[in-house]
Design a protein around this ligand. Structure first.
Ligand SMILES: *Cc1c(COP(=O)(O)O)cnc(C)c1O
Length: 395
């Protein structure tokens, strides 16, 4: 089939919930993707901050293949070997105590919300607890996660959402304080906002939120789904600030491409008990074999060192670009999670870059988001800058 035929068929059968770019990706190798016409793309999106090790990584693939031949799925009614080792490793790298595996990010958020409500319920037996979330946040598309996502456009047609959610201004501590009351059971935030436009938390803000939670016995939930797993140069973004959450969500890169997520709690927030929560697939042997391998590969591949080194180089290059072009307002981010705020249409820039063989994504309405595989090199950064410069020169 030709590319056009694939696309026509896709549009006949897939629910049209995405305005997809007009390419059909077929295979990947390292930090490059290939479409069905054989065209090669340098990938600075990594399947939306998922493919940390690049494509067709033999060590990762072999680990999954090995597990496929042993046991793909069983049920959470029994223990299985990969989930035990994955949970232990995840707890070790995060400093959290308990892990519940899910199939996606949004589902991890659901678990975090239920944890918060149960925690407060255990204290006072009431069922009218409130959650404070942030404007311009993104936590997922299921009803609970959507309810704490600070984006009216995503929410409106699906109301009524879950009740008792209040939205504060990100990086404005006073706006959080103003919403705290005796019903508040949790504050949920991304340490670096992703979809909302790549906004890292200010140091005083994240520390201030932790303090509010401590003083009022409120659970602090960090959504590390995008900014976690080494993306910002630490294993988890909150580790830059020296504050710890009570509940943390992960997904995206945690499975290195395999669909899996998790919510983690400290001992205090480990309040869900048999009957409270469950999942058929979550933590199945194949998914957790992927998680376990991913965590090992961070260690053996010196991934964090690479993110810090190449991330610093990328920031330097982005400084130059910001200096050079008037329509580049600023760049923000940490490590290999960077956003460039543009005064020209981002959607158009992405398509033009794609024509030149570079894959990028947007964040918010005017930010070009760069979230490449964590194994990229400085040469890859140079190649990306060269292509992006060609695009920018057209403006
Ligand atoms: C992607 C994302 C989610 C949702 O994860 P899904 O796996 O798409 O459900 C939640 N929070 C953040 C910060 C994300 O980036």
């Amino acid at each position: 089939m030709t590319t056009k035929e694939y696309i026509d068929e896709a549009e006949q059968h897939l629910l049209h919930t995405y305005n997809r770019y007009q390419i059909v990706l077929e295979k990947g190798d390292g930090v490059y993707l290939y479409d069905t016409d054989g065209k090669k793309y340098l990938d600075f999106a990594a399947g939306i901050a998922v493919f940390a090790f690049g494509y067709n990584n033999q060590e990762y693939n072999d680990a999954l293949k090995g597990q496929i031949d042993k046991l793909i799925h069983t049920s959470n009614l029994y223990y299985n070997v990969p989930s035990v080792s994955a949970a232990k490793k995840l707890a070790e790298i995060s400093g959290m105590d308990r892990v519940f595996f899910t199939n996606s990010g949004t589902e991890a958020i659901e678990g975090a919300i239920k944890t918060a409500r149960k925690y407060a319920y255990n204290k006072d037996g009431r069922t009218d607890h409130e959650i404070i979330a942030m404007k311009h946040s993104f936590h997922g598309r299921s009803m609970g996660a959507l309810s704490v996502t600070g984006n009216v456009k995503y929410q409106e047609p699906f109301k009524p959402l879950i009740g008792g959610v209040q939205f504060a201004e990100y990086n404005k501590l006073e706006s959080v304080k103003a919403l705290v009351n005796e019903k508040t059971c949790a504050i949920i935030m991304e340490p670096v906002q992703g979809e909302g436009g790549i906004y890292p938390a200010a140091d005083e803000f994240i520390k201030g939120v932790r303090k509010i939670c401590d003083e009022n016995d409120i659970l602090l939930i960090f959504d590390e789904i995008q900014c976690g797993m080494g993306r910002t140069g630490k294993m988890f973004a909150h580790q830059h600030y020296g504050v710890k959450p009570d509940v943390m969500t992960v997904a995206k890169a945690v499975g290195g491409g395999f669909p899996v997520g998790a919510f983690l709690t400290n001992e205090k927030a480990a309040v869900l008990v048999p009957g409270d929560h469950g999942t058929t697939y979550g933590g199945n042997p194949l998914a957790t074999a992927a998680v376990s391998k991913v965590i090992d590969m961070f260690e053996t591949g010196n991934i964090l060192e690479n993110v810090n080194e190449v991330g610093a180089y990328l920031e330097k290059k982005l400084d130059e670009i910001t200096e050079k072009y008037d329509f580049v307002k600023e760049h923000r981010g940490k490590g290999l999670m960077q956003g460039i705020e543009l005064g020209i249409p981002v959607g158009e820039v992405i398509v033009k870059a794609m024509d030149k063989g570079l894959i990028t994504i947007s964040a918010g309405s005017n930010v070009l988001r760069l979230v490449p595989p964590l194994v990229i090199t400085k040469e890859n950064v140079d190649e990306m800058i060269e292509k992006l410069t060609q695009v920018f020169d057209e403006y």
